[in-house]
Design a protein around this ligand. Structure first.
Ligand code: GLN
Length: 199
């Protein structure tokens, strides 16, 4: 299992460490040629969505990655990654990759509550620790399933091959969300293999 980790800005190394602990290989995506490699899944880390969005466009990565995700590449976005994957950004800001039917509200917890930790139920995983850093929340969903809520606000969602969390599981020692994502990637690659066999 090989996961590409977008490494333009933000907390990507922490994701690589989580993947290594789960026995998955990873490589960093810094420029267009990096995505010539096969990946079973993609992680878009936290950081600053406007900076990552600008770099994705400048490096010519936005369109090919969007196409791969639309063709079924499993993707996991944390925090800024959630914002980049959302079809809508609250306040009318132009969306970026725009593949999951959610509206992301940026910096949604105000200055005082900019960063905090919580323990909350994640569907199928039980109660897990969640670290929020100037996090968004999901203010609306249409096609996506909500997987976790904190204080009545949706903070994790999935729509098919796309998983998003407003919090940073990679900044805790809990591996369960990454394990869950690797499960989505494994399901997808076994589907792809059986499609090849069927051809
Ligand atoms: N506030 C950042 C943004 O709007 C997200 C913060 C994070 O990824 N920790 O992009």
């Amino acid at each position: 299992m090989t996961i590409g980790v977008l490494a333009l800005q933000g907390a990507f190394i922490e994701h690589e460490r989580m993947l290594a602990q789960l026995g998955a290989d990873s490589f960093e995506i810094r420029q267009l040629k990096d995505i010539d490699r096969h990946m079973d899944g993609l992680i878009i880390p936290g950081g600053e969505s406007t900076v990552q969005g600008k770099l994705l466009r400048e490096l010519g990565l936005l369109q090919p990655l969007t196409e791969q995700i639309k063709s079924g590449l499993p993707v996991f976005g944390t925090c800024a990654g959630l914002i980049l994957l959302a079809k809508k950004i609250d306040g009318g800001e132009a969306p970026h990759i725009a593949v999951i039917d959610i509206t992301a509200k940026r910096n949604a917890y105000g200055r005082q509550l900019g960063s905090f930790a919580a323990n909350a139920e994640f569907k199928g995983l039980g109660v897990i620790p969640m670290t929020f850093i100037r996090a968004p929340y999901i203010s609306e969903t249409s096609g996506a399933e909500i997987l976790a809520e904190v204080d009545g606000k949706a903070v994790a969602a999935r729509q098919g091959n796309i998983l998003v969390t407003a919090f940073h599981p990679e900044l805790t020692s809990d591996l369960s969300v990454h394990r869950y994502f690797l499960g989505i990637a494994a399901e997808n690659s076994s589907k792809a293999n059986s499609a090849e066999i069927a051809v």
